[in-house]
Design a protein around this ligand. Structure first.
Ligand code: NAX
Ligand code: ADP
Ligand code: K
Length: 509
């Protein structure tokens, strides 16, 4: 699914109006109508008090449409005009006027703090104050209104975007943003919905299809792609009936040190569970028995040292390499990585301490093989590219890094973001239960296992992150967030694959 900029959204509106020969009022009616239907199907006629706060732009116009439709259907609605300016949009004015025809209760004008209404926890608050047209952070009494509404315990629904957030620009004042329980956004999600500083204001969101011109949307280069079930399914490579284990490659997992052999175990298991044909784990000597007993399917090669990796010697040609989990930052280990970079041609997934070694030794970074995949969490990323002033600068810095090194960078976290050259991809699966030791090791193993099966570096990154998150979601559905451990993610990878096609297998009605 495409994530578009505010400018692209305005262009899509404009082109749709031209091509479908409709007025912007008709488009607004469509948009407001969708919000109404969403509400009506949930409220089912129950007249809970609904307070709609409308700004004076088109977002406010949407709010007026929703208000009118709710009133027409017998709901208990109070509409407010958040009158922060006298420059009311035409669409707003027209829909403001139409309220007169359906009720004697004319919208209440709010111009100062004294006008703020009482809201109870039983009420519904709809935020139609600012949409994607916000040009600067709300100030004065409008900011106070937003803070006031945030403090109420009512259910809070934002139309298009929580007021105070910019669709694709850094947040200026986090105290001036509506804190929505749910956001209903038009046609395409906004980038702000996925970035660490702004996503918490959106919480849950749904995209409402308002029928904008599909040719225009298909052709445009979006700000980012959201990876959903649809995209994941398209990535899947079917298995040939006559395939043999050689078809699915040989993964080399280089990980572990004394006390952290489990990292290599998790990555090796994940490589198998995602479908690698063969897996060899390269570990310090102390890991030999552990690997052989925990994963009998894996082959094991060991370093000459007992506790750390100092020289990676293997007697086969790996299809892909996953490296870094639990290896530590010992000088000899850094040297072993340098040598591996110089001698190996297989694509590599570089994680954890291997990333820290890269960050601390710019000479090693220079040797980073082209077409590598780096999987930093935000802490590791900061060490690699330096600090950033906001989420947008971070993404620009990572794009630059990706281009310079021809590498895929996977920024892990909620809404893991995959950066390749100038392109951004945002993952839609995963949950806070996955914030647990070892889940990153499982991801590295999974991506390595996909590379082994012929997925290219971008495909393996996107598909691996999606399946890893989906497996985590499946696990959380059964055991909850708290009990979830990295092994549960790995155990659910098979189910995640199957879920890709669950709907396809259902009998047509
Ligand atoms: N154009 C269309 O056909 C459609 C537009 N839609 C709605 O239109 C919205 C965008 O509408 P607008 O472009 O009118 O913009 P908004 O309604 O987001 O409005 C903000 C208005 O206030 C002004 N403003 C911005 N920041 C301010 C601040 N801090 N203090 C005071 N004033 C400020 C802006 O100049 C703008 O006119 C979308 O988010 C969506 O809800 C939908 O109805 C779908 C169709
Ligand atoms: N709140 C969250 N929502 C979704 N995914 C998460 C969340 N927290 C962590 N994850 C995922 O779990 C993994 C954690 O990786 P990492 O931080 O490297 O952990 P570790 O080093 O313990 O293995 C990443 O894939 C990340 O995207
Ligand atoms: K809004």
């Amino acid at each position: 699914m495409k994530i578009v900029s505010a400018e692209q959204q305005y262009n899509a509106d404009k082109i749709t109006i031209e091509k479908q020969q409709i007025t912007s009022l008709e488009l607004m009616e469509r948009a407001g109508g969708q919000i109404f239907e969403w509400l009506d199907s949930r409220l089912e006629g129950v007249p809970v008090p609904v307070h709609i706060f409308c700004g004076i732009g088109d977002n406010g116009g949407d709010g007026m449409v929703v208000g009118r439709l709710l009133i027409e259907h017998g709901y208990n609605v109070v509409i407010y005009v958040v009158n922060y300016s006298d420059k009311r949009s035409d669409n707003f004015l027209y829909n403001y006027d139409r309220i007169k025809k359906v009720t004697k209760n004319w919208p209440i004008i709010i111009k100062r703090e004294a006008h703020f209404p009482k809201i109870t926890s039983e009420d519904v608050v709809i935020d139609a104050i600012f949409g994607i047209g916000l040009s600067r952070s709300p100030e004065g009494w409008v900011k106070k209104l937003i803070t006031y509404l945030n403090e109420t315990e009512a259910f809070k629904l934002s139309i298009d975007i929580p007021s105070g957030l910019f669709a694709n620009k850094a947040l200026e004042d986090e105290d001036a943003v509506f804190l929505a329980n749910h956001t209903l956004t038009f046609q395409a999600p906004k980038l702000a919905f996925f970035l660490p500083k702004t996503a918490p204001f959106v919480r849950d969101f749904e995209v409402l299809d308002i029928g904008l011109d599909s040719d225009f949307l298909d052709d445009l280069k979006p700000l980012a792609h959201l990876i959903t079930l649809f995209e994941a399914k398209n990535l899947y490579k079917y298995r040939d009936k006559y395939a043999h284990k050689g078809t699915f490659g040989h993964a080399l997992i280089v990980g572990g040190s004394y006390g952290k052999i489990g990292a290599a175990v998790l990555a090796s298991k994940a490589a198998f569970k995602i479908g690698a044909g063969l897996v060899t784990a390269f570990v310090p000597k102390c890991g030999y028995n552990i690997l052989q007993t925990t994963i009998p399917e894996a082959m094991v090669a060991t370093d000459k040292e007992d506790e750390i990796i100092t020289n990676i010697v293997i007697d086969f040609e790996p299809t892909a390499i996953g490296i870094g989990m639990g290896i530590g930052k010992n000088k000899a280990t850094a040297e072993a990585i340098t040598k591996l970079f110089k001698t190996q041609n297989a694509p590599m997934v570089i994680d954890a301490d291997a990333l820290n070694i890269l960050a601390e030794n710019k000479e090693v970074l220079k040797l980073l093989p082209k077409s590598s995949i780096l999987t930093p969490h935000p802490g590791e990323l900061k060490r690699l590219i330096g600090a950033w002033k906001d989420d947008y600068e971070k993404l620009e810095k990572v794009k630059k890094f990706s281009k310079k090194n021809e590498a895929v960078v996977i920024i892990k976290g909620a809404f893991t973001t995959i950066v390749y050259m100038d392109n951004l991809y945002i993952n839609s699966t995963g949950n806070p239960g996955m914030a647990t030791g070892g889940s990153g090791d499982a991801l590295t193993g999974a991506i390595t296992g996909l590379l082994c099966q012929g997925y290219n570096i971008l495909q393996a990154s996107l598909f691996g992150v999606y399946l890893h998150g989906l497996a985590g979601d499946n696990a959380a559905n059964v055991i909850g967030y708290e009990a979830l451990m990295a092994s549960d993610i790995i155990d659910n990878l098979g189910k995640a694959y199957m879920e890709l096609f669950t709907n396809d297998m259902e009998e047509p009605e």
